[in-house]
Design a protein around this ligand. Structure first.
Ligand SMILES: CSC[C@@H](O)[C@@H](O)C(=O)COP(=O)(O)O
Ligand SMILES: [Zn+2]
Length: 204
């Protein structure tokens, strides 16, 4: 995808994500792989009101080629995910209530979701009996260090659709903007179901 098409797609995606309440305040960041590297949102803006000037173009090493302001504070994680999962074309990071709470409730390093038809909204899953596993990493303000932990984990258990950062949010991956959006929508539905199930079971 060329740079301008990438920015247009992410402006539209920002409105879509924001309308659903998944990027409150200035939370979240987005990127798309381009011919020369990737386009990423600038740091500190409302992702529901993005314009062309709110993006930077980076090369494949994460060096700024053009654009104003600072690239997202979490650019190092986007860069690492593009390197680890080469088929990835779009990364969307969101801060929904469900992802934030569930990633704290889950104390292990994997959130496993099973028994839901909607698991099939994730590429490669064809049955409600195929567990959907999402790695959960402790949050870290040192994003390079967090990215290294993600890379180490990926050597043992390859990251497919997404990762959760504990008490922070979701990073969803896909081979196109529409696939990443579908992954976010499917995952958010499943996270909401799991939260409801956990609450109901606690009252039994
Ligand atoms: C609202 S604070 C959230 C940030 O610390 C961060 O987690 C985030 O998602 C947005 O950072 P940004 O630098 O704008 O890409
Ligand atoms: Zn964030």
């Amino acid at each position: 995808m060329n740079n301008d098409a990438a920015k247009s797609a992410l402006i539209e995606t920002g409105k879509w994500v924001s309308q659903r309440g998944w990027v409150p305040a200035t939370g979240g960041n987005f990127s798309i792989r381009t011919q020369t590297g990737f386009v990423v949102t600038a740091s500190g803006y409302d992702k529901g009101h993005l314009a062309f000037e709110h993006f930077l173009e980076l090369d494949t090493d994460g060096k700024v080629i053009s654009g104003q302001g600072k690239p997202s504070a979490e650019t190092a994680l986007h860069l690492k995910l593009y390197q680890l999962v080469p088929q990835t074309s779009c990364i969307l990071h969101t801060h929904s209530v469900a992802a934030t709470v569930l990633s704290r409730f889950e104390t292990s390093n994997v959130l496993s979701i099973n028994g839901y038809e909607m698991q099939k909204s994730l590429s490669g899953i064809h049955s409600h009996q195929t567990p959907l596993e999402v790695a959960v990493f402790d949050n870290d303000q040192d994003i390079e260090r967090l990215a290294e932990r993600v890379a180490e984990y990926h050597q043992q258990s390859p990251i497919l659709h997404a990762v959760l950062i504990r008490g922070h949010g979701l990073y969803a991956l896909g081979n196109s903007v529409s696939e990443t959006r579908r992954h976010i929508e499917g995952l958010e539905f499943l996270f909401a179901c799991e939260l409801e199930r956990i609450k109901l079971e606690s009252t039994k």
